[in-house]
Ligand binder design. Sequence first.
Ligand SMILES: Nc1ncnc2c1ncn2[C@@H]1O[C@H](COP(=O)(O)OP(=O)(O)OP(=O)(O)O)[C@@H](O)[C@H]1O
Length: 556
Amino acid sequence: MRRPTSSPPELPGYSYVRVLGSGGFSDVFLYDQQLPKRRVAVKVLLLDELTPANRAAFVAEANLMAQLSAHPYIVTIYHADVASDDRPYFVMEYCSGPSLGERYKQAPLAVADALRTGVRLSSAVQTAHQAGILHRDIKPANVLSNDYGWPALTDFGISSAVDDALPAHTTTVAGAVGDTSTSGTSGQVGLSVPWSPPEMFEDDPDPDVRSDVFSLAATIWTVLAGQTPFEVKGRGNGTLDLIGRIERGAITPMDRTDIPRSLIAVLQKGMATEREDRFASALDFGRALQRVEMELGYARTELEVPNLHLEAPERPADTGGADETRVRQVATIEAQPVAAAPPPGGADETRVRSTTTIEAQPSAAHVSMPPAAPSAPVTPPVVVDALPSETVVRPRGPAPQQPPPAQVESVDPAPTRSGRGRVVGIVVGVLAALVVAAVVVGIVLFGGSPEEAGPTPGASSSPDAVVPTIIPVPELASAATAEGTVVTFPVTNPDPEDGDRLVWRLSRADQPQLKTAEGDAVVVDGYTEGTPLCVDIMILRAGKTSDPLTTCYPPA
Ligand SMILES: Nc1ncnc2c1ncn2[C@@H]1O[C@H](COP(=O)(O)OP(=O)(O)OP(=O)(O)O)[C@@H](O)[C@H]1O
């Protein structure tokens, strides 16, 4: 049952506007900040939840998000304090757009949009991993969007001490999966079943970066499919149904014809049942999505990961040595205090999530792939060995029981393992053979980094679908100017070739069509004062586009 929203606290320097939403332990309100003037979201711990453990968890969430706040695709924290009524709160970036959870329920995302979102989220998740933080609760509802339509990852998984009414984002789904983000409890803690990897259902889960990769892939699958990957329409989608399918790798085939097989293969690999069969890092997953973008002729979305630029694209296998200095320190996040143990045997025995820490991943500069020939088998990149798996796992109860075979839907493939045996690339129904083939192709073709793999045709019929030549990124020739509603962005091509053309589109979540610019400037009508107008400008050469120059008027 929904609880009433708490009253917004009096905060000096801020005026209350309205309620934005409620979590299990906190409410989020919109305020107007007076100086500097801007709208902010303020998350306030509930009065009823002011236990020392919850306070500590709340503060830990703020600290952890602050550590990652500079990232463009992670919600920014501005400030944290305790209100005069003793409730802790933190002030964060107001994300005015819908969450991915809201968006996919309205309509599945276009392929280009999902790819762009996937690469951006991969950047955010990789950045968290490099800082030593596992998110552990990546799902569409935890991806908000800001004024520019950019995704903003939130809810870093340490905020909730779970009470009788488990907060939606930390619970599993009982009953129908129709509203996967809001319903039910099952005694599982700290995970959202529809997007959780199978290892999270073990008695003593030991998640690592590949667990987040699974949830990331499941999130992108969800926004493309318009439903969660293990949900089967018209069949039982309760917690045990889902867990059974997740453990068997029984992904429901996508009911869309416009999704390239290469993208399906990437997502399948991201959601492989065994972690060894997944991408070794969020960075690798993001790169695989970039390859699909290139295969489809879309502009490649940048991976915004610290120190990524230090990685020489053509570098062969990691040589260690000098690179070691680039490895960031282990980020130590204090574990969340454990709440008093509930009565033994209760379904919610271990309700409190603790912070999950991992050793900081090497920076991207250190994460190099093996020198994979296109036909090379998948070899974990060097980082896997170095991958630290010191994970502070939350206390938790026993794993839920496997569904008995009788509960398994007939459309699911027969389990090929007992418990958590090895299953790779299991798919469902008549598309199974096709998709498995695509997975194999994906594994073979995507085993290496894009730089090493060279042309990566994926599902494209054209062998040169990925053009290895670099198309220069356009540069701003001078500052953009506005006249009324018309903004002019003067642009230069740093390395022009005959036939080059400038193309552009508004930087928006709904991925408008590319337009061709006349001459050396992009002229956009539609500026309104007070709302930045942002565009992605690219050079079009031989049917391929360069990376975008993303620029705004007025400049940020
Ligand atoms: N920065 C923000 N900008 C806009 N809306 C936000 C922001 N942060 C949270 N919200 C809204 O408030 C709701 C509750 O946020 P919260 O982080 O508490 O969610 P939760 O994950 O469901 O709860 P919990 O933190 O207890 O797990 C969200 O679903 C979202 O709609």
